[in-house]
Design a binder for this molecule. Structure first.
Ligand code: 13P
Ligand code: ZN
Length: 273
């Protein structure tokens, strides 16, 4: 099978393009990674040409010898669908989870996303909790970013406000949303802070920067990002009309919803306002 014909590669490319069409990926903004299944690795192995081992910049021992499809650093999401072999790559991790090497892609040179430490540390945390998690997605979601200038940077505030703006939200992300204060992107420090939040949540907001989402497949992960960002858009619209709400979904409404939709909503987010 040709590398680009593999279903997981097609799914990856489609998701990148969907994000571009949403307007979340100006220039080279955002990045995407997928932890490839062993049988998927075998289906494309004949196309591998292995590059030099390079340092990841952090250690992810639980991801020893795993393969990932990732966007390239400085590459534009709008080009992924047109020139995937130039924009994305597949990497293999070494036994210690300290180094990676490119086995396919980035044909004109380059390296995986500068957020590789965050992606891999998030994958590690998620995999330890649930082997089925395979996708980590970072997007520069406009409305979430706008809200990080006006709401307190607290998990409980963002979770409750996003839940209130769309009834589906507590069902789609019942665990809530975490918030990382502004930090320098691209390194280990922000990766540690983000992966700490990923132990509890599937969504982490980077103040004045964007959001990370984790999920089992491309649909769930894109859908999660989309749902949270849409809710943020409604909140931005509401705040633009007037500073307060005339009516909203109450803490008791959420408790009723939780019962009927069989989700557990932590009481820490159902505080009286
Ligand atoms: P990369 O081009 O290195 O993926 O960086 C984009 C980005 O969004 C950094 O946070
Ligand atoms: Zn970014």
């Amino acid at each position: 099978m040709r590398f680009l014909e593999a279903e997981f590669v097609q799914g990856f490319i489609r998701m990148a393009n969907d994000g571009w069409e949403q307007g979340w990926h100006e220039r080279n903004g955002g990045n995407l990674s997928y932890r490839v299944r062993p049988e998927e690795v075998e289906s494309v192995r004949e196309h591998f040409t292995c590059g030099e081992w390079q340092s990841i910049g952090t250690t992810v021992p639980e991801l020893s010898k795993e393969y990932f499809l990732v966007t390239g650093s400085g590459k534009y999401f709008r080009n992924v669908i047109l020139k995937p072999e130039d924009s994305i790559c597949m990497i293999e991790l070494d036994e210690a989870g300290e180094n990676y090497r490119i086995v396919w892609g980035l044909v004109n040179g380059g390296r995986p996303t500068s957020e590789l430490p965050s992606h891999l540390m998030n994958h590690e945390v998620k995999r330890l909790k649930n082997e089925n998690y395979r996708v980590i997605y970072h997007a520069h979601t406009t409305n979430i970013i706008a809200l990080t200038f006006v709401l307190p940077l607290e998990d409980k505030v963002f979770t409750r406000e996003l839940w209130e703006m769309a009834t589906e939200c507590p069902v789609v992300f019942p665990d809530g949303v975490g918030v990382v204060p502004w930090m320098v992107p691209g390194g280990r420090e922000i990766a540690v802070a983000t992966s700490e939040l990923m132990k509890k949540y599937d969504l982490a907001i980077w103040a004045h920067h964007g959001m990370f989402a984790a999920g089992e497949d491309f649909d769930l992960t894109f859908g999660l990002m989309h749902t949270a960002e849409k809710s943020a858009e409604i909140l931005v619209k509401m705040l633009s009309m007037r500073p307060d709400k005339l009516q909203t979904i109450t803490a008791d409404n959420f408790r009723d919803l939780a019962k009927d939709f069989h989700v557990t909503l932590p009481e820490e987010f159902l505080y009286e306002k």
